[in-house]
Design a protein around this ligand. Structure first.
Ligand SMILES: [Zn+2]
Length: 165
């Protein structure tokens, strides 16, 4: 019995990236523009990227590539390449994670309620592939008052223009 419970937990935790393959596990998930199987994602992502994007992991604060990045450019989804955030909306939150007060455009990221760790938080994911990015909180700066707290591992920074896609 114990084994069954453990297997069920592992299966339930396997992940947004394979949402199309296992739609019964993520009833909230919609079909994605980019849908790959777990094995396909494992091939293209590093273990850390996989842990964040596909298993909703969180990198330790002040360890990621981009929390202190001040260069101009676009932050893309590390899984599918979709533009998600721009340096125009990046700010220093002091948290040790890249923080933005808005996504690059409306609809670039999706949200769902996250009740893990005995907290109610709003999870943020790439709208195109469903990859987990981080969370959004209500303690950000003006004009939105939002703080998108994003894992560096979920992002690929492209230096250059910050124009909206
Ligand atoms: Zn994506």
């Amino acid at each position: 019995m114990k084994q069954i419970i453990i297997i069920t937990l592992i299966a339930a935790g396997a992940f947004a990236c394979a949402a199309r393959e296992k739609p019964e596990m993520k009833s909230q998930e919609k079909p994605r523009a980019v849908a790959k199987t777990e094995a396909e994602w494992r091939k293209t992502l590093t273990p850390q990227q996989y842990k964040v994007l596909c298993e909703e992991g969180t990198e330790p604060a002040f360890t990621g590539k981009y929390w202190d990045n001040k260069e101009s450019g676009v932050y893309r989804c590390a899984a599918c390449g979709a533009p998600l955030f721009s340096s125009d909306e990046k700010y220093e939150s002091g948290t040790g994670w890249p923080s933005f007060w808005a996504p690059i455009e409306k609809g670039a990221v999706g949200e769902k309620t996250d009740r893990k760790l005995f907290m109610v938080r709003t999870e943020v994911h790439c709208d195109k592939c469903g990859g987990h990015l981080g969370h959004v909180f209500n303690d950000g700066p003006k004009p939105t008052g939002l703080r998108y707290c994003i894992n560096s591992a979920a992002l690929d920074f492209e230096k250059g223009e910050t124009d909206k896609p």
